[in-house]
Design a protein around this ligand. Structure first.
Ligand code: CIR
Length: 255
């Protein structure tokens, strides 16, 4: 169960966020309204939502998922691989929020890089994608820290996706949403897989919050497949975040 969520309001500079999507610039006003709906949906899942103010210094700073890994026993502050995002982890309000929730705070150090969008939690185990943002040193530091707290981690080399969770979401009860390069991967063979077809691959990024699954709006096949497993689904429109390669998981820290 999750009790808390941290989000950060998108800043105006989000329109210049890092992107490979080729879908045009986000509409800032619409992005704000979508963020409101995202927060409402999270509240429906029974969590307490901490909302940090927008920070114009960092265009991608609404994607708070990447700056920290929250576990049962500690929080690990990352070291983003994207240079324009590296100092996002130092934002004072984020540090203060994390310190308010966690007694144990750990940090990934140079030359390690890691963004927590590359990390998928399955119980006490954490799968870590090796990507353009997350290097071997960052992953190894993360695994050592996890082990110190009785948790474990393992690496997953990525080929195409930005982050591990761009193509994978664990929705508990051994159920895993999978798209693209992960569909046939032997690493995930023991999960019950819900395969997302190529055209809908954006919807492989969903979040489980206390037995409710948040699904991006506009993917009825994915929604039905998840509902058929007995989950309640809430759709949230993330069209403006998609334009800068972001999805549902990227927009929050859940713990
Ligand atoms: C970036 O490229 O860093 C942002 N435009 C998107 C970050 C998405 N975050 C995530 O998948 N956890």
């Amino acid at each position: 169960m999750f009790k808390n969520v941290i989000v950060r309001r998108p800043c105006r500079a989000m329109v210049d966020g890092i992107t490979t999507a080729d879908l045009g610039k986000p509409d800032y006003e619409l992005a704000l309204r979508q963020h409101d709906s995202y927060i409402e949906a999270l509240k429906e899942c029974g969590v307490e939502v901490t909302v940090l103010e927008a920070n114009e210094e960092f265009p991608d700073s609404c994607f708070v998922e990447d700056v920290a890994l929250c576990t049962k026993h500690c929080v690990i502050v990352t070291r983003p691989g994207a240079l324009s995002r590296r100092k996002e982890v130092l934002q004072e309000d984020m540090q203060t929020a994390l310190k308010g929730f966690f007694k144990n705070i750990e940090y990934i150090k140079e030359p390690g890089t890691i963004e927590a969008g590359d990390i998928m939690m399955v119980g006490d185990h954490f799968y870590i994608g090796l990507s353009e943002r997350t290097n071997v040193d960052g992953a190894n530091q993360m695994i050592s820290i996890l082990e110190k707290y009785g948790l474990s981690g393992s690496v997953v080399p990525l080929k195409e996706v930005l982050h591990l969770k761009t193509g994978l979401s664990y929705i508990e009860n051994n159920n895993l949403l999978v798209a693209g390069e992960f569909v046939l991967s032997p690493i995930f063979k023991d999960f019950h897989k819900i395969v997302i077809n190529e055209d809908d691959s954006y919807s492989a990024n969903c979040i489980w919050v206390n037995d409710i699954v948040l699904v991006p709006k506009g993917y009825p096949t994915t929604k039905k497949a998840i509902e058929s497993f007995g989950y309640k689904v809430i759709e949230v429109d993330t069209s403006e975040y998609r334009k800068i390669d972001g999805g549902l998981s990227c927009l929050s820290l859940r713990f």
